[in-house]
Design a protein around this ligand. Structure first.
Ligand SMILES: [Zn+2]
Ligand SMILES: [Zn+2]
Length: 791
């Protein structure tokens, strides 16, 4: 299998284009390894790059050959010589590569082994690629590996979910003498905080001491919580040190040895906010005012962070991106490679451009264009030992004119060395650690405590209210919306910042979600899905300019992989439902009556597929014309008559209710009643329409007719009793019962909890009933309807 895959991928890569051109006197050589065939299902991941002491450059990356991903290793200047590190049936994440002493190479990656995600490693010694070594073997997911060479071997760091939260772990591998096998130290836990510790990066100082930096979610509170960069030495008694200082988001550290010390570069941002009329919420997946920052570890601690890059002065449509990578050259100078986002183009879709900047100690560099005008994803960077030349490698996107591929560029360091005037002073600060770091519970813990979970028992069956986000976009959507973060960070924000129970990334189907990006998202959903803790569904958004927008939610990777978001780009909803065939999936229309966005065409109906509707999102409320909260923060919109949720219910659609944020999350929550926090149980609840939606408050709304919950279709033959059970988040609730579009009964309570029985008649022609709950603070919640029919 490996050989066949090697031959196949090798032939793809051998279709290489080498074009030598000089741009602006800085570009030495450009090599593009592109796939030329016109199969739409081939893609390449973001590559990693390493330089050996002898000056050879190697790249490692993931390539999708049409059936599975392979982990590949290749000399950066010899594309045909690809070696297969891991291939065949399986699920793999992009690898990292490092050169070791003695010109060995080590490749580390995350792969699903025997049903669990683990960290694997292979070492290449000369021509020999050694056996696969299992770095982690724990049943909990292990992911996000990074590695760094030592004088005698290497360190691997990774994220493990084994302690209930994400924690950073590390292991050292000492190479064996002559024919002796290598020795591994026992894995040890690096991070100590009970909240999420993610995105580790490892480096070995000139004196041989290994360090790790990572991003840690602290003080878990929606308003004041934040991600901070922490670092510590990989010695037994070392304590984590806080590197970043600002409130907000500090993520994605890239740690390197620089001079005799260390430097770390990362992405900083602040939380945005979303407002609909008078309701405002922290936009937890909209990280604003991004910048790349750098800090050095010197004799007196970490330096105050220095901005490497913010936006261009006077060019407000240019924004820095999400990832950066640092490498160090001679004399401790630092090179930072990062992406910038330039708005514009078709539908406002933006372009990602790579930039590189050199930062000397205490100085800030002016960014220099790498390859202006070409779109790419963040890649890797290497500096040759002498410091004269730099290598960069990046994944190329699959859409547009450019074929998918890996781009490797060699640069003359000389031409890039344009340092602006030094920063006036370098502020040093000594940081102190909060004393009770380990004691502090996170909001995630509190929100998930068993006492807080609202559970309702009917007919011997107990279901609980779970909260999630079923509509959000990442940078994969390429919408040109600068605030959409990378897929994994969005999921992290739903888990940490919003402290929700379940999520689905719904990036746009079509070119943005081709091949590897879609597979990567399905893989990511699988990796992040942790039964009992955080449930992640795979899905995408089908956006038709003629028939409206629908999200497609799949119960699992198997269902998702059986369809294609590309093939789903059909002309109308019937085509979409036919494409889904007998694959389990739910389609959920949104902004159904937005006057300036495509309203939902309700003449297409599928009671089996279209089980739910999104009644509220960041743009506002689609319940009915004139309902509260119908203006979004950017100036309001017209209700397109006849296309609201009540209009659809009046047309006979059997739609359950949810809400979710869409771009730049914050306002809009999906609620589902289910036995347990698993994909199976939640999907059953969604499919059964045992759902509710809220404007963002974690209020739970239950409604039943004689024990039959919201979403049910009930036969009746006399007066009906509808039982409501509500837990609000503030005192002062108004419960409104809606029957067939009319608000027929209401009660008000001063408490934050309400239990009430409404009575109604069993109408001859059938009726629908739903409950709307209005809180004193302005938040609204809606239950799914219950449909009744005269027996
Ligand atoms: Zn949409
Ligand atoms: Zn959307």
């Amino acid at each position: 299998v490996a050989n066949r895959t090697a031959a196949r991928v090798g032939s793809l890569l051998a279709a290489a284009v080498a074009c030598g051109f000089v741009a602006g006197g800085v570009q030495d050589r450009v090599r593009t390894f592109a796939h030329e065939a016109d199969e739409p299902y081939v893609g390449f991941s973001r590559p990693d790059l390493t330089l050996t002491s002898g000056g050879d450059a190697w790249i490692a990356f993931l390539a999708y050959d049409g059936s599975a991903e392979a982990v590949l290793l290749a000399p950066a200047d010899s594309p045909g010589a690809v070696e297969v590190v891991s291939a065949g049936v399986g699920t793999r994440f992009p690898p990292r590569v490092a050169s070791l002493a003695g010109d060995e190479l080590a490749i580390v990656w995350c792969e699903r082994v025997e049903g669990q995600y683990d960290i694997l490693l292979r070492v290449k010694d000369g021509a020999d690629l050694g056996p696969i070594e299992r770095v982690s073997a724990h049943a909990a997911p292990d992911a996000s590996p990074a590695l760094a060479a030592t004088a005698t071997g290497l360190w691997v760091v990774w994220v493990s979910a084994r302690d209930g939260q994400y924690e950073v772990y590390a292991r050292e591998r000492v190479s064996g003498q002559s024919a002796e096998p290598a020795e591994w130290s026992a894995p040890f836990r690096v991070s100590e905080h009970p909240a999420s510790d993610v995105e580790p990066s490892v480096a070995v100082r000139a004196d041989g001491e290994a360090w790790v930096a990572w991003s840690s979610w602290r003080d878990g509170d929606y308003a004041s919580g934040n991600y901070e960069i922490y670092a510590r030495a990989l010695t037994a008694d070392a304590k984590p040190q806080r590197v970043s200082t600002d409130p907000g988001v500090d993520v994605g550290p890239s740690l390197v040895a620089a001079g005799s010390g260390l430097a770390v570069a990362w992405t900083g941002a602040t939380f945005g906010s979303v407002a609909v009329e008078d309701l405002t919420a922290t936009a937890y997946d909209a990280w604003r005012d991004k910048r790349f920052r750098v800090s050095w570890l010197g004799d007196d601690g970490w330096s105050a962070p220095l901005d490497v890059r913010r936006r261009y002065a006077g060019a407000k449509d240019v924004h820095v991106g999400d990832r950066c990578e640092a490498v160090s050259g001679p004399d401790g100078q630092l090179w930072v490679f990062y992406d910038e986002f330039v708005a514009g183009g078709v539908r406002g879709k933006g372009l990602r451009e790579m930039r590189m900047v050199r930062v000397a100690l205490g100085e800030s560099g002016r960014p220099l264009d790498l390859a202006r005008g070409h779109a790419g994803t963040a890649g890797a960077l290497g500096v040759e030992a002498g410091g004269d030349r730099l290598w960069t490698a990046e994944g190329m996107p699959e859409d547009g004119e450019t074929p998918p591929g890996i781009r490797v560029v060699v640069w003359s360091a000389e031409g890039l060395a344009r340092i602006t005037s030094p920063v006036a002073s370098r502020v040093r600060r000594t940081r102190s650690e909060p004393a009770d770091e380990g004691e502090r519970a996170t909001r995630s813990d509190l929100a998930r405590g068993p006492d807080e979970r609202h559970t309702v028992t009917r007919g011997g069956r107990a279901t609980s209210a779970w909260f999630g986000n079923l509509h959000m976009h990442s940078t994969d959507s390429r919408d040109g919306i600068k605030d959409d973060g990378p897929p994994d960070r969005n999921l992290l924000a739903v888990l940490d910042v919003a402290a929700l129970d379940f999520a689905c990334l719904t990036d746009h189907s079509g070119p943005a979600l081709r091949t590897l990006a879609w597979r990567a998202q399905v893989r990511l959903a699988d990796l992040w899905n942790r039964p009992g803790r955080f449930v992640v569904f795979p899905g995408y958004e089908w956006s038709s300019p003629s028939y409206g927008h629908k999200n497609v939610i799949f119960p699992d990777a198997h269902a998702a992989a059986a369809t294609s978001p590309l093939a789903a780009l059909r002309t109308n909803p019937t085509d979409l439902w036919e494409h889904l065939g007998d694959v389990p999936a739910i389609t959920i229309p949104h902004h159904t009556s937005h006057g300036s966005l495509a309203p939902t065409d309700w003449s297409f109906r599928s009671d089996e597929r279209q089980r739910l509707v999104e009644i509220f999102q960041k743009r506002g409320n689609y319940e009915h014309d004139g309902a509260r909260l119908q203006k979004d923060a950017i100036g309001g919109w017209e209700f397109f008559p006849g296309h609201g949720v009540r209009d659809a219910l009046a047309d006979g659609h059997r739609l359950g209710i949810i809400a979710s944020p869409d771009h730049g999350g914050g306002l809009g929550l999906a609620g589902v009643w289910a036995e347990e926090l698993t994909r199976e149980s939640l999907y059953r609840g969604l499919h059964a329409r045992q759902t509710f939606g809220t404007t963002g408050a974690k209020m739970s709304l239950w409604l039943d007719v004689e024990g039959r919950p919201q979403g049910s279709e009930v036969a009746c033959d006399g007066p009906l009793t509808l039982s409501a059970e509500v837990r609000g988040t503030v005192a002062g609730l108004r419960l409104v019962l809606v029957q067939d579009g009319a608000e027929v009964q209401e009660i008000a309570v001063e408490s934050d909890r309400a239990e009430h029985r409404f009575t109604a008649e069993c109408a001859t022609g059938g009726s629908y009933f739903y409950l709307r709950v209005e809180q004193a603070d302005g938040h609204i919640g809606w239950t799914s309807p219950i449909w009744t029919m005269l027996r």
